[in-house]
Design a protein around this ligand. Structure first.
Ligand code: ZN
Length: 324
């Protein structure tokens, strides 16, 4: 109980922050869902051999939203963008990211799902690399004083070899802000990850030495972290069942996923595949591939939603008993 009164105090503090980070409310289920297609406009995201991350993320996001709208007509679905623009027609990528977060918070979203595509390697598809393809033993004789020596050495044969860009699979990110997580004090540290890099430069990471920021981080950790993790795990589970390579749920706290910590709700970022891998690019660009990806994310969402509703029903029963 002490904890919840502390939380209330923190939530009060938050009402005055400019991030619009909503106070955690006792809402049931998911009434409002924010779908965030990554990148857009001046920011195409990762480039494939024939398409871009921004384009495919938008197509998949819309299909996901359409599927949800049919099954849950009562649910409000809000997209951060529905065309090839920086969200809100913002002038910069950073402003676009802030727009995404503000829109989510001001709409009172219950869940935030960002759709992105991964990328790795030097070039989409593959690239040529100078490689040793053979080594031929040679001998060389030389004289030193009166003696003759023989020395063996290798002559290396180089060739330009085509290296296929093979990185593939799906992964889902959550903001790493578990209250028991030691990282809570080191959120400004960048990790070694090289995949999803939002081209942001100026956006500040939450500063744990600022009490308001710290309060916001704690609220995220206590209210949203576990739920985010639960949904992210389910998404990966569904991809795995569909035969995709499962790269797992990853926790990060760097700029690449800045938007996740800026939303006052459970939030995940799904990397639906590698655009740099030709096979996956073709899959993600195809009708069939997109349908399968959408079905996977939808199945995970459905499970998560039902679990959440069941929990809140149980809680209602508990409280009902007490009240009686
Ligand atoms: Zn991206």
């Amino acid at each position: 109980m002490l904890r919840s009164s502390k939380l209330l105090l923190l939530a009060g503090l938050l009402a005055f922050t400019n991030t619009g980070f909503a106070q955690p409310a006792a809402r049931k289920g998911i009434r409002t869902l924010i779908i965030d297609p990554g990148h857009g406009g001046i920011d195409p995201g990762a480039r494939g051999s024939f398409t871009s991350e921004a384009a495919i993320a938008l197509q998949v996001s819309k299909k996901f939203g359409d599927t949800l709208a049919k099954v849950y007509p009562e649910m409000k679905i809000i997209y951060t963008r529905t065309s090839d623009i920086v969200p809100g027609n913002s002038p910069t990528i950073d402003a676009g990211l802030k727009y995404r977060a503000n829109l989510a918070n001001q709409s009172g979203g219950d869940l935030f799902i960002a759709i992105h595509l991964n990328s790795a390697g030097r070039k989409a598809g593959g690239w040529y690399e100078r490689k040793v393809v053979d080594k031929i033993p040679r001998t060389k004789t030389y004289k030193k004083g009166k003696k003759t020596y023989t020395k063996t050495y290798y002559e290396y044969v180089y060739e330009n070899v085509y290296v296929e860009n093979k990185a593939k699979g799906t992964e889902t990110y959550v903001w790493a802000m578990n209250k028991n997580d030691s990282k809570i004090n080191s959120v400004t540290k960048n990790n070694e990850y090289s995949g999803e890099i939002d081209s942001t430069s100026a956006l500040a990471m939450p500063d744990p030495s600022d009490p308001v920021e710290k309060a916001r981080m704690l609220i995220y950790a206590q209210n949203y972290f576990r739920k985010s993790l639960e949904l992210a795990s389910e998404v990966q589970e569904q991809f795995k069942d569909a035969g995709r390579v499962d790269r797992g749920v990853k926790q990060r706290n760097d700029k690449g996923i800045w938007v996740l910590q800026a939303t006052g709700m459970p939030s995940i970022l799904i990397e639906i595949g590698f655009i740099s891998n030709t096979e996956e690019e073709q899959y993600m660009a195809s009708e069939e591939g997109q349908r399968e990806i959408v079905n996977n994310i939808f199945a995970a969402f459905k499970k998560y939603k039902e679990k959440l509703e069941k929990k809140s029903e149980e809680k209602d029963k508990e409280e009902g008993k007490k009240g009686f």
